[in-house]
Design a protein around this ligand. Structure first.
Ligand code: S3P
Length: 178
């Protein structure tokens, strides 16, 4: 975990697909009465295409470039919580940028939890589209491991299995006062 250096006007939620970033976003938004944003949704609104269709029509490289640009536009939001995509911290200097421009919170779940949630999720995710349960198991175990070093650069790491937004806030307060 990185040290928090200053109180910050925005919070970035990071974590693997299926870690519960959207639900944490809602909970924290209510608790703090801050604006909430979802980076995938910002992408879809800006480019008028779903992330899934964008991957099909173009490719991941093009997505990552636009995703990074959009992320950096969030510097204009204050008192805001931004849920990022599972891959956001792992491309360009996005993770360093988020650490420098806000408080980063890694919602950490086990690969098993992520897989269970992904199986039951309605959200379309191009990286795991069409995978059988067995393929998903192998993919997530490997892919999550590769991404972990990026996620672990977060200021705060919270267990996402039984997420409690109040607990996140108390962790933040502790870090600020450390
Ligand atoms: C991705 C995660 C997705 C979305 C895109 C790529 C990833 O967001 O940004 O499909 O690389 O892990 P969620 O983490 O909200 O599913």
């Amino acid at each position: 975990m990185e040290n928090l250096t200053a109180n910050s006007p925005r919070i970035f939620l990071i974590g693997y697909m299926g870690s519960g970033k959207s639900s944490a976003l809602k909970q924290l938004g209510k608790l703090l009465s801050w604006e909430t944003y979802d980076l995938d949704r910002l992408f879809e609104e800006r480019y008028k295409i779903s992330v899934q269709d964008f991957f099909h029509k173009y490719d991941e490289t093009a997505f990552r470039k636009l995703e990074s640009q959009l992320l950096k536009e969030t510097v204009n939001y204050e008192n805001a919580i931004i849920a990022t995509g599972g891959g956001t911290p792992c491309f360009y200097d996005n993770m360093e940028w988020m650490n420098a421009n806000g408080t980063t919170i890694f919602i950490k779940v086990s690969p098993k939890t992520a897989i269970n949630r992904l199986i039951n999720s309605k959200k379309k995710r191009p990286l795991i589209e069409g995978k059988s349960e067995q393929e998903l198991l192998e993919y997530v175990e490997q892919h999550y491991g590769e991404r972990m070093p990026f996620y672990e650069k977060a200021h705060i790491i919270v267990k996402g299995e039984n997420l409690d937004a109040k607990e996140i806030l108390s962790l933040m307060t502790l870090s600020y006062n450390a």
